[in-house]
Design a protein around this ligand. Structure first.
Ligand code: ZZB
Length: 258
């Protein structure tokens, strides 16, 4: 899988835990397969109980992600020292909740890092950018935070990090309209981010239709099909240095004979 890592820049002033990184450019690096949806970002997701680190990528840039991703990056020439990840600060997801971020292409000037309980730590970077218009997982996780004050309280999430953010229409899919994730989640009667089977079904539907039938409603490639816009936006992000390419090694398949 070739992902684009979206460099979501942590805004000043840094919290106590990140103070030693002052003077550097610090990014939460979110792995995405949908660079064309970056206009609609409303927040970033982290796993509260997840382990993360702040890794030196070069003389200026620091990426916050999982150790596993840092090691993969180090073998893809994205580490200060080749093949050796250099961790400046160890962090957990709790340390990241509430960080204000500036993210490439996003219409929202500032977005916040929020808890998602279903993030996999053995995939991507463990940091996920949230596009509730087109991703059912994101739509439901945001819906959970909006509708459950107790959930916000549990993770120390302030109302102003969540409640002002609305779903932004960015892609039209004839069958599902301008907010396909919302439509599909409603149709399948999905109740929460933990509704795994239904969410997998919803993701399949929106992925496929989004790619084959979607049209961009916003941005430089407004009016173009998603299929055409996707590689163009991907190239722009990478060429401008706002994103970097990241390949996930194939998962090892266990031999049956042991
Ligand atoms: C923005 C986005 C917008 C995404 C969308 C999806 C969609 P896949 O195909 O299963 O590999 N993701 C990345 N890393 C993780 C993780 N560690 N745990 C949970 N989710 C993760 O899925 C790749 C997508 O899963 C990535 O692309 C990312 O969310 C998320 F409109 O980035 B995406 C219908 C999906 N729409």
């Amino acid at each position: 899988q070739e992902y684009v890592l979206i460099k979501m820049e942590v805004q000043q002033p840094f919290p106590e835990k990140l103070k030693s990184l002052e003077g550097r450019k610090v990014f939460l690096a979110a792995a995405t397969l949908r660079p064309e949806t970056m206009y609609g970002q409303t927040n970033c997701w982290v796993l509260p109980e997840g382990n993360y680190g702040a890794y030196e990528i070069n003389d200026t840039d620091v990426f916050i992600l999982t150790e596993r991703a840092a090691l993969n990056l180090a073998y893809q020439k994205l580490s200060r020292e080749p093949e050796k990840p250099s961790c400046l600060v160890k962090l957990t997801g709790y340390d990241l909740i509430g960080l204000p971020l500036k993210s490439p292409l996003a219409f929202n000037e500032v977005i916040y890092s929020l808890p998602m309980l279903t993030i996999l730590t053995d995939k991507g970077t463990g940091i996920v950018t949230s596009v509730p218009s087109d991703s059912p997982d994101d739509y439901m996780a945001l819906h959970d935070l909006i509708s459950k004050p107790a959930l916000r309280a549990k993770y120390g999430v302030k109302d102003e990090w969540v409640l002002p953010f609305k779903v932004i229409p960015i892609i039209n899919i004839p069958e599902f309209g301008d907010k396909s994730a919302e439509t599909v989640c409603t149709n399948l009667q999905i109740k929460s981010q933990n509704d795994k089977d239904k969410l997998a079904e919803a993701k399949k539907l929106t992925y496929l239709k989004g790619f084959t039938e979607g049209t961009m409603l916003v941005g430089e490639f407004k009016g173009k099909k998603v299929q055409e816009a996707k590689p163009l936006i991907k190239a722009q992000l990478v060429d401008s240095g706002l994103g970097v390419l990241y390949s996930e090694p194939e998962k090892k398949v266990m031999s049956r004979s042991g």
